[in-house]
Design a protein around this ligand. Structure first.
Ligand code: TXE
Length: 499
């Protein structure tokens, strides 16, 4: 194992909410913040009570109503958002450290992916803000009809634990770019980096009250936030069961909702593919971010003619993955985010066997790295798509391989899922590729490439993967409402009632 740098950054002893530009209450229900690499408590999270949630929403509401942010010029807001991105760059090592210590995501992944993405989220929306246009109709004689975009108000932004800062910052940037205020609720498992980010927002010039933070359990703090009458819209990334509860509560208040949920995405490898590239892509697709990603290619469908070659190489490479301390720059797979989640992932090995699947490698918690929450990178070969490991999101370093014979079978299997978030297809046969684009039912198709995001384009799923989209114009549509204004070009004659 290569040298792990000593801790260079301090972790706050207590993490609280952040309202009106300041850390909040010292007292309340307490949760342990754990380093998943060794199970050690590294901080204490002080839960935001419903009263504190109320204070956070009121603060966001006041900021929205008095216009301290939304009435600033576009240029002024753009400058602040660029400054946020610059500060993320300046503090990138600290943010990566906090995220790594709290989530177990390997440092290499944070430094190359999630932390630069956080800065990019803000730069992207700063640019977008300067480019998008309203609409104007001039077909009605004597009138110009303008369609303007207005911020909706106060957004509740609920984030998950698998990419805390990258995903929550995308929501914050999208919400405030168009003039909204917001209250964020990160996962109670991973509050550290998002809490530090709050300070950077204020330092960059986002007025206090525009972005507030509450922390705590979903059933307490999260529920109070979604149900709060001062919240106008809700953006959620997380699990499907939680989404059902949030939908019910948001529905009660008729609040627009965007849901980015899990997946069981098909990664289809045809015999016409460049197999080496497909294997590289399949490994990245399931094992990056410790396998804890909504867009994981967790169902690897392989055409039977290349199945043996695929398995031989995929399994050999999986066995060589470097599992270890997430702070170590050489580590490829870190611990899973929390113990109960690791145990849940591990439980799928028996589930797989019970359905007749063959465990090809891995399949156990990594005893040598206890008490960390490690799980050996695992691959299983399922008999067919009916196996539970083909149907349920496992959300860990657990690949399910399933053979197919024809393209018809492959596309039918890809679509035979409760989920529909993303998909991957590997083939050098152009007609097959074009069929994949049209036949696969998912929010995204990646062709001959591993996952990459273009923030201009919509991202989101169908079916149990949620609804609503994030990305340039999609975010604008969610975080604004259209207001139509009709202006006469010549003063119209007005029929005079009662004259
Ligand atoms: O996350 P939850 P869970 C999938 C993945 C995972 C499963 C369960 O398969 O194994 O979901 O994850 C907040 N009102 N994904 O249950 O609960 C919670 O505090 C308001 C996919 O651990 O969905 C946290 O901030 N908020 C996924 C956030 O919801 C509530 C990412 C997400 O946690 C709440 C994570 C409530 N009633 C899990 N209950 C993805 N799309 O990438 C919980 N929360």
């Amino acid at each position: 194992m290569s040298q792990v740098p000593a801790a260079q950054f301090s972790i706050p002893e207590r993490v609280t909410g952040f309202v009106e530009g300041r850390c909040t209450g010292a007292g309340g229900y307490e949760l342990e913040v754990i380093h998943p690499g060794d199970g050690r408590r590294i901080a204490t999270l002080v839960e935001s009570s419903p009263a504190e949630v109320d204070a956070a929403v009121r603060s966001a509401r006041a900021a929205f109503e008095d216009g301290r942010w939304r009435r600033q010029t576009v240029e002024a807001r753009q400058a602040v958002m660029r400054q946020v991105a610059d500060l993320v760059d300046v503090h990138r090592e600290e943010l990566a450290y906090l995220e790594c210590m709290n989530s177990g995501i390997p440092m290499r992944h944070l430094q190359r992916g999630q932390i630069p993405r956080t800065a990019h989220n803000f730069r992207f929306f700063a640019e977008f803000l300067g480019q998008h246009a309203g609409k104007m109709y001039d077909q009605t004689e004597g009138y110009l009809t303008l369609v303007l975009r207005e911020p909706v108000g106060v957004a509740a932004l609920i984030g998950p634990w698998n990419a805390p800062l990258a995903l929550t910052s995308m929501k914050i940037a999208g919400a405030i770019a168009f003039g909204n205020s917001c209250v964020c609720k990160p996962s109670e498992v991973t509050p550290l980096a998002v809490a530090r980010f709050m300070e950077l927002l204020v330092e960059a010039g986002v007025p206090p009250g525009v972005v507030n933070l509450v922390n705590g359990r979903g059933g307490v703090t999260g529920e109070a936030l979604v149900a709060h009458p001062g919240v106008d819209l809700v953006s959620f990334t997380g699990g499907t069961q939680t989404a059902r509860r949030i939908s019910a509560s948001a529905g009660e208040g008729l609040k627009p909702l965007s849901l980015e949920l899990g997946g069981k995405s098909a990664n289809i490898i045809f015999e016409s593919a460049d197999l080496e590239r497909a294997i590289d892509g399949a490994l990245l697709g399931i094992f990056s971010n410790n396998g804890q990603q909504c867009l994981a290619g967790s169902r690897i469908l392989v055409q039977r003619a290349v199945l043996d070659r695929f398995i031989e190489s995929f399994v050999a490479r999986t066995r060589r993955l470097r599992l270890g301390d997430p702070l170590d720059p050489a580590t490829e797979i870190g611990p899973l985010a929390f113990r109960a989640h690791r145990d849940r992932v591990a439980s799928y090995v028996e589930v797989a066997r019970a359905d007749g699947a063959q465990v090809l490698c891995g399949g156990q918690a990594e005893a040598a790295l206890e008490p960390g929450f490690f799980f050996q990178p695992t691959a299983v070969l399922a008999q067919d798509n009916r196996a539970r490991v083909c149907r349920e999101e496992i959300f860990g370093p657990f690949a399910t391989i399933v053979p197919f014979d024809t393209a018809d079978q492959a596309f039918a299997m890809a679509n035979d899922s409760e989920f529909g978030l993303v998909s991957y297809v590997w083939t050098d046969h152009h007609p097959t590729l074009m069929r994949a684009l049209s036949d696969i039912r998912a929010g995204m198709v990646w062709a001959n490439t591993p996952m990459t995001r273009d923030l201009r384009a919509p991202f989101g799923g169908i079916k149990s993967s949620g609804y609503g989209r994030e990305g340039g114009e999609s975010s604008m549509k969610f975080y604004t409402y259209e207001k139509t204004a009709m202006l006469p070009t010549v003063l119209p004659a007005i029929p005079r009632l009662g004259a």
